[in-house]
Each structure stands twice: as structure tokens, then as C-alpha cells.
Design a protein around this ligand. Structure first.
Ligand SMILES: [Zn+2]
Length: 711
């Protein structure tokens, strides 16, 4: 298809989405001041020439903008949507929010003082204020078409999280009821949140939006291949990817336009680490997301392998033979249970269960990679979403992934069963799967040598790691490696004096690109395929010598507690785990745990810099190793176990709320653990210890002078 023909097809397809001409005048919404909500709102896109943006925010890239509130005319009625429910529910004075919501209700009602109902269903009223999503999107749309008004506030990522927690398909385009209502009316709530505001403070009203923040303008410009600048291209790419990601696949006009685009040669480039897809590749990005939504709309059906699967997770050996396998799984703990089986890209997998297991809330998952890069990354080194979960609601369940991946039984919390579950799995390939205590090094070597799938798993009671086959070839002693990690996981429990409340093994997944940071916490912890990620599972001798600071740190985040993590401490108190684990597993003193960062010399230098620059309390957390220096000094003075002793003394009834309460509780518990007045030392560092805590700790001997040295 030529560019001209493509442009025509897209234009013709999208034109049918408008449908109502001539375009009405822009409504007279408030154009000065700003609105604000508690938290970050979602982007709201305008899809038709009968929809208009109201307030603006930056996207997470810090360069492109999206509306966070918008309005539209549909049929005889009107809709105003806000990218956060808090805009509608807040009673706090938040800039001009109340004024704008009052305007929205009047405009949607088409008259002064309309009759208002607050509901998620159609009511006898002029305007329905919907907090969250309408229960029946079609009914609500009919109400608007006939002349009703709707003012809605919702947060799609919160809906996604809720669905994920319940083991349900959280695909926004396919299942989100908010957009089933909004998209036909020309509006769209998108994933992620908008970070802030181009003009600072709240979300600006009357913002001069760049033309390509509208997907409608963006797709016409894109189809013609003409952008005024690089910035405009980036803005268009952002708006189009956001739109295709959230757009119900049957939206008139738009779906046809994206389907045409996906088939065009413009959209044929594939992502890879060597050649990531950037703003120039807007068409290929849209096509990948469009294909993702088609797949997610029916993940049970047979599907072609995605061409991007060749990069990640990778292809299976062609001609590899598959035979039905019966696997026995201990489903008495929640989260993912490995089957050791791998679904080839595009293969339809059949999972058969014994009677009584179906409709228990279980699911079947294909793929380990948890991160979805669609909205969070400027460039893609792989397809942004490569996993799927389907509910196990019948004795026979089929699932297919165009990317392929490891097959898991997913047991949501509260759905565990005591008896082992026997699953019969057909269509899958056996993967190298090392289980500590069951598999020998020799067996592992043979498995890796004969491997027909691109990924492997190494499992111990407390931790499972998934990595590419390529990286696994360097793992010669998996018994040594996983013994190290099994023991390390026990130290997390010992450190806190309690078992992992998640009740099942943690996971680490090594990926070519993750959504956030260099490594990040979660289930699984997402890590790169390098020394800090996959390398932390390679060589037991190296592990015993140096530990694995980064992985210790991320697994620490999974066990961090709010009771002792006051504001600013997120990247500080997590390192209590890294220090302790490095000490117990490698015999290193806390001062030697992370090279220069934890050294005495470094500590003295950063403290001196901080004091010289005015000892601002907020600045104490700018470098996590500056605030950590206080705790390192505590360890220097009172022993390697002093923090463990302090944290272990927390009980379930310790629920400090404010920062002062959290700091004060820690100060008192640390004073007791050290048998010294740590509260006064913390006060000297600037931590907000309460007068009561200071007074209660004053009976202990004064803390060692070295703790406040240089202050
Ligand atoms: Zn961290």
C-alpha cells in the first residue's frame, strides 16, 4: 500500500467516527486557573471533532502532553470526563476544581441547576455523576444519545490492578467498561498517569494543546507522513500509541484505521535491543499494540506467532516434538506455580484439570515477564506485552500466546487447595527446569544442552529465577547457586523474625528491557540480562564472596514495611536487607557490603557535604547512602544485628501513621535494642523524634559519639 492510499484508507475509516457535522462551537468551559486531584490523573484523549480537552498534564516522558479532563457532544447529550475520581469526590479546596466540576454538571445538563443523580447506573435525572465506571456502558450511552448528561471520573490503571489481583484479564482495550461507554462518544481514558502539569501546580485550564495531542489530528498527519518538527512527531506517536492501547477493538472508524495501518509496510519494523522502536516507528508501535489487543480479546484461540517473538522471549527449536505431560502441583500456596513446560509462540495449549479444580479462581498463565512497556517507555527493545492469563473455569482450558512462554498454574490468595493438583498439559514443550533437591548438576547440563525453548527456570523453596537459555549456559553449578539463594531467602525471614507473608517463593525474571529503573521489585522482581541480573545466578563462589546487592535490594523492597519506612526512607530502609544479607551470606561487615558506597570515608565525606550545604532535612534523602550513613554508624557502634533486633521488636499492633510517629517508634525501639539513647542521636541528625519519645529514651546511656560525628 502506498502512503497516499494508506492516508486515504485511514481518513475514510476515521471520518465515519465523527458522523455529526457541522462541528459545533467549542463549549465555553473555564479557561483560566487549574484543577487538581489527590494523586496523578490518567490521560483523557479526544477522538472526534465533537470532543475538546479541558485541562493539561505532562506525560511520564516529560516532553509530551495529554488532557486530563475533556468533554464531548454525542447525539443530543453531553459527556465530561476527568482522569481521576478524586476530582469529583474531593471536599478539600483544590484550586479551581469545584468551579470546574460545577461547570461540567451544568454544561452536561444543558441548563442551569440540572437535576443530578450520583450513580453508576442510568437514573431519572438530567445529569448522572459517575464515580468510577458505568455498570452498563450501552445503557449509559443510550441515555446520552437521547439527551442526557454524564460527568464521569475514573482511573483505568486502578481498574487494571483490581482485575489483576482477582486473576482476571486486565486488558484495557478489550475489557474496560469506562471506554465501552466513552469511545463511541469520542473520548478515551488511557493507561498510566499524567505526571504533572506543563505550567506547574495542578492541571492547567485553557492550555494551548499541541495539535497532535489529539489522535485524530495525529493520525491524519502521520498518514501523510508530514510532521512540522521532531517534537510534533513525538507528540503524535505518544497520542496514537495511548489511543490504540485503550481503544475498544470494535470502535467505529478507529479500529478500521488501525487495522489498515497494521497491514501497511509502514508498520513492519520489529523491536530489538539493537534497533529499538522509537517515535519514528509510530506505525510499527501502533501495529504491535493493535495485534496485542486482538490477541488479548480471545487468548484461548489459535493465533499466529508474533514476528517480534523472535527477539523476546525468543523462538523455539523448529520441529521440536510435543507430547502431553501430566504435572503434579502443590496448590496449597498462592501465586504462580511452575509446570516446567513451555508454550511455543502461537501454539494452542490445552490444560485439563481433575473435577473440582475448575471455577476455583485459578488461572493459567503463559509467560513470566510481568512488565508492560506500552505506556511507560519511550523506546521498545521488545514487544511491550508478552504474557497472558486465562481463568481455569472449565475442566478443559485452552490458551495461546503469539510470544510463547513458560506455563504456570496461578493460585490467587484465598483459593489454595490442600490436595496436590494433577494437570494434563498438551501442546507444550519441556523446558530446562532445575529444582533444588531434585535435579543434579549433571541432569541440568544435559537439559541445557538438549534445550528446545529459549528460556529456563531455576527453582528453590524461597526463590525461582527465569532467564534466557543463552545466559543459562554459563550456569555450571546450579546446585551451588540455588543453595545460596535458598539460604539467602531464609535470612529475610530471620531478619524480620517472621515468614514471608506472601506465603510462596519470590521470583526474579531476567528480561531484555524492563519498565522502570535498572532493576525493580515486585512479583517477579524484574532484572536485566547482565552481571547485576542474570549474573547474580551464575557463579556460587562469586556470590559467596560479593553477594548480590541489587537483587538483595529488590527482594528487600518486597519485604519493606510502612511502619519503619517514613517519607524519604524508601531507598534507605530497603538497604537494611542488603547489608544484613551480605553480612550473613558473605561474612562481610556492613561497611564492606557495597564497596565505596558503604565505606566510612564515603560516609564522612557525604555528611560533611550535607552539613556544609546547610543540613536540610529533605536533602538527607537525596543520596540514599547519606541517610544510610546514620544506620551504618549505628551498626558500627552496636553490632551487625542491631537493626534486625530493632525491626524484630515491631508487633502487628505497631501502626504509626505520621512520619513523626514512625521516626519516634523506631527511635525508641532502636534505643532499647542498643541499650543507648539512640532517640537523641536521631534528633541530632534532624529526624523528627517526638518530645515524648526523647523523654522516654533519656534513661538509656548516651549514644556513642561516633554516631553524631561531623554534625
Ligand atoms: Zn530500590
Amino acid at each position: 500500500m502506498t502512503l497516499a492510499a494508506l492516508s486515504f484508507f485511514i481518513f475514510a475509516a476515521v471520518k465515519t467516527a465523527g458522523g455529526q457535522s457541522p462541528a459545533p462551537a467549542v463549549p465555553d468551559f473555564p479557561t483560566s486557573g487549574a484543577i487538581e486531584c489527590a494523586g496523578a490523573p490518567a490521560p483523557v484523549l479526544c477522538l472526534s471533532d465533537h470532543s475538546w480537552p479541558i485541562a493539561a498534564g505532562w506525560n511520564t516522558d516529560g516532553r509530551t502532553v495529554s488532557p486530563v479532563a475533556a468533554c464531548a457532544e454525542y447525539g443530543k447529550g453531553r459527556v465530561v470526563v476527568f482522569g481521576h475520581p478524586d476530582f469529583l469526590t474531593t471536599t478539600a479546596p483544590r484550586r479551581d476544581t469545584k468551579k470546574v466540576v460545577d461547570w461540567a454538571i451544568e454544561w452536561a445538563g444543558g441548563k442551569p441547576k440540572p437535576k443530578v443523580a450520583r450513580s453508576t447506573r442510568v437514573e431519572h435525572a438530567d445529569v448522572i455523576v459517575v464515580v468510577g465506571e458505568p455498570e452498563d456502558p450501552k445503557e449509559m450511552l443510550k441515555f446520552v444519545k437521547a439527551g442526557g448528561g454524564v460527568v464521569m471520573g475514573a482511573l483505568p490503571w486502578a481498574w487494571k490492578q483490581f482485575r489483576e489481583r482477582g486473576g482476571l484479564n486486565s486488558n484495557l482495550a478489550v475489557n474496560y467498561p469506562g471506554n465501552r461507554f466513552l469511545a463511541p462518544a469520542g473520548l478515551l481514558l488511557c493507561d498510566m498517569s499524567v505526571a504533572g502539569n506543563p505550567a506547574g501546580g495542578g492541571n492547567t485550564l485553557g492550555f494551548a494543546f499541541p495539535e497532535c495531542s489529539s489522535p485524530l489530528k495525529a493520525i491524519f498527519k502521520a498518514a501523510k507522513g508530514k510532521f512540522a518538527s521532531e517534537a510534533e512527531k513525538e507528540q503524535a506517536a505518544r497520542a496514537l500509541v495511548q489511543a490504540v492501547d485503550a481503544l475498544p477493538p470494535d470502535t467505529p472508524g478507529w479500529s478500521k484505521a488501525f487495522a489498515n495501518l497494521a497491514k501497511s509496510p509502514l508498520a513492519s519494523k520489529l523491536p530489538s535491543p539493537a534497533k529499538p522502536l522509537g517515535p519514528d516507528d509510530w506505525a510499527s508501535r501502533c501495529a504491535i499494540v493493535f495485534r496485542k489487543n486482538l490477541w488479548q480479546s480471545d487468548p484461548s484461540a489459535k493465533i499466529d506467532p508474533d514476528p517480534a517473538a523472535a527477539v523476546y522471549p525468543g523462538p523455539c527449536k523448529s520441529g521440536a516434538k510435543s507430547a502431553p505431560e501430566v504435572v503434579t502441583i502443590d496448590a496449597s500456596t498462592p501465586r504462580w506455580h511452575s509446570t516446567g513446560l513451555y508454550a511455543p509462540p502461537g501454539a494452542q495449549i490445552l490444560v485439563e484439570t481433575p473435577a473440582g479444580i475448575e471455577k476455583k479462581g485459578f488461572g493459567v498463565r503463559v509467560g513470566t515477564t510481568a512488565d508492560d512497556l506500552t505506556a511507560s517507555k519511550g523506546e521498545w527493545m521488545r514487544a511491550p506485552l508478552v504474557t497472558v492469563t486465562v481463568p481455569l473455569d472449565a475442566r478443559k482450558t485452552t490458551v495461546a500466546s503469539p510470544f510463547g512462554g513458560f506455563i504456570y498454574l496461578v493460585v490467587p490468595g484465598g483459593h489454595e487447595v490442600r490436595t496436590p493438583v494433577k494437570l494434563r498439559v498438551s501442546g507444550a514443550l519441556k523446558a530446562p527446569h532445575f529444582v533444588l533437591g531434585k535435579t543434579t548438576n549433571a541432569e541440568w547440563g544435559a537439559m541445557v544442552k538438549a534445550a528446545v525453548v529459549p528460556q529456563v527456570e531455576l527453582e528453590s523453596k524461597g526463590l525461582v529465577v527465569t532467564m534466557p537459555l543463552k545466559a543459562a549456559r554459563a550456569v555450571k553449578d546450579p546446585e551451588g547457586v540455588m543453595k545460596f539463594w535458598a539460604k539467602a531467602m531464609e535470612w529475610y525471614d530471620e531478619f524480620l523474625g517472621e515468614m514471608n507473608p506472601a506465603q510462596s517463593a519470590e521470583r526474579v525474571c531476567c528480561d531484555v528491557q524492563i519498565s522502570l529503573g535498572y532493576l525493580h521489585s515486585g512479583y517477579p522482581v524484574m532484572a536485566p540480562i547482565d552481571a547485576a541480573g542474570a549474573g547474580a545466578f551464575e557463579n556460587p563462589a562469586k556470590l559467596k564472596k560479593e553477594g548480590a546487592w541489587g537483587i538483595f535490594h529488590e527482594l528487600g523492597h518486597n519485604r519493606q514495611k510502612a511502619a519503619w519506612t517514613w517519607n524519604g526512607m524508601g531507598e534507605v530502609s530497603v538497604n537494611f536487607f542488603s547489608l544484613y544479607l551480605t553480612g550473613k551470606m558473605c561474612g562481610l561487615k556492613a561497611r564492606d557490603a557495597f564497596g565505596e558506597n558503604t565505606s566510612k570515608a564515603h560516609g564522612e565525606r557525604v555528611v560533611a557535604d550535607w552539613v556544609r550545604s546547610g543540613r536540610n532535612y529533605d536533602a538527607l534523602y537525596r543520596d540514599p547512602f547519606l541517610a544510610l550513613e546514620f544506620f551504618l554508624r549505628l551498626i558500627d557502634a552496636y553490632g551487625e544485628d542491631v537493626i534486625a533486633k530493632t525491626l524484630r521488636s515491631y508487633t502487628a499492633s505497631d501502626n504509626p501513621g505520621t512520619d513523626e510517629e514512625k521516626v519516634s517508634l523506631f527511635a525508641e525501639k532502636a534505643s532499647k535494642a542498643a541499650n543507648a539513647n539512640i532517640a537523641a542521636a536521631m534528633k541530632a541528625w534532624g529526624f523528627p523524634v517526638s518530645a515524648a519519645a526523647l523523654s522516654r529514651s533519656s534513661s538509656y546511656p548516651a549514644a556513642e559519639q561516633q554516631i553524631v560525628k561531623g554534625l
